[in-house]
Design a protein around this ligand. Structure first.
Ligand code: PLP
Length: 335
């Protein structure tokens, strides 16, 4: 299964789903029903699992042939009520077990009622049983990770034996795939890895950069010492400084914390540090030592700086940088 939630981690929705369909992945995963509906409307025929379906979305999930993750007895009863009303037969559902993440899922105490409820029910079919790991990326929580895998094996086996079913089982995300290869069961859920990002430096070397955020230089000017740049005069030039204005800002997902000399963009393969605060739609950079012209390309992230490097400086994770890039930033796809 490839996770394409949140607009393919900010990289693109339908285009990426289409490519994955071409490569015959078995499943796509999205967070919300609406994300799945837009993929189905765009012609995606792959099965799509919806991770956090609200009961209010069950009708459209059924209408669009999406496959809900069911994570509570309440959700199960709600879904079965609709399924019976619509006289469904073997509609595919996915059961999520909480093995320690404590986010969504059936707990050990729910399993008996879950089994009783599903026994002999033909309106739905358990396509898969899954769980999610809290620490698959962190060796210091190795034992906790193993305990999640063990509990998943135990509780999913209990469901399978009692219902006499043989569904797909899956628990691994990207870092789980790297660190717990023995726990693949019958499927894995690849997310950030397919977008070229690993949290392991060695593994990162084997991944290619997938997305580059580019802009251009709108205008160049030279300012004398004592002049300032941007709102609040937060940058004041100590010497003559050449300033380039780039038409991308915090409304595009560039964090304000990246401004004021913390972050940089690359122009002609050289670092140009941000002068003053990032504005809503623009930012200004120092190009005093870079020979460049208005209209030249600017790299916001990609090969350098990488999203991992930005995330580290900004005390966040690559996921947040990628998914923050707003919809008004045009995505261009290259093959
Ligand atoms: C997002 C998500 C994944 C993928 O995680 P990555 O770390 O991006 O590989 C897998 N499973 C669930 C339940 C998720 O929410």
């Amino acid at each position: 299964m490839v996770m394409v939630k949140a607009f393919g981690y900010g990289n693109g929705g339908l285009e990426i789903a289409n490519l994955l369909q071409h490569h015959q992945v078995d499943y796509l995963g999205v967070a919300f029903a609406d994300e799945g509906i837009s993929l189905k409307n765009g012609g995606i025929r792959l099965p799509i699992m919806v991770l956090n379906p609200e009961s209010t979305s069950f009708s459209s999930i059924i209408q669009y042939q999406l496959e809900p993750e069911i994570y509570s007895l309440k959700g199960l009863h709600n879904f079965l009520k609709i399924a019976e009303h619509k006289k469904l037969n073997q509609f595919p559902i996915h059961l999520k077990i909480d093995t320690g993440m404590h986010r969504l899922g059936f707990e050990r105490k729910d399993i008996d009622e879950l089994i009783q409820t599903l026994k002999g029910n033909n309106t739905v079919q358990v396509k898969s049983i899954l769980s999610h790991m809290a620490t698959s990326d962190d060796p210091s929580h190795y034992d906790f990770a193993l305990s999640q895998i063990k509990l998943f094996d135990e509780l999913s086996s209990k469901i399978m034996i009692n219902l006499q079913i043989n569904p797909i089982r899956h628990i691994l995300n990207t870092s789980g795939i790297s660190n717990f290869p023995e726990a693949q069961f019958n499927m894995v859920r690849l997310g950030i890895g397919i977008y070229g990002v690993s949290n392991d430096a060695e593994e990162q070397k084997q991944l290619e950069n997938v997305g580059t955020l580019k802009s251009i230089i709108s205008q160049i000017r030279t300012i004398p010492p004592g002049d300032s740049v941007g709102y609040g005069r937060r940058f004041v030039a100590e010497k003559e400084t050449i300033v380039a204005t780039i038409p991308i800002g915090y409304a595009d997902g560039i964090s304000r914390a990246w401004g004021n000399g913390v972050g940089y963009v690359e122009i002609k393969n050289q670092k140009a540090f941000i002068l003053g605060s990032v504005c809503m739609d623009m930012l200004m950079v120092d190009i005093t030592t870079i020979s460049c012209n208005e209209g030249d390309d600017v790299i916001i992230f990609g090969e350098s700086p990488t999203v991992s490097e930005m995330a580290k400086t900004l005390k966040t994770i690559p996921y947040e940088i990628l998914t923050s890039i707003s919809q008004r930033v045009k995505r261009v796809f290259y093959r």
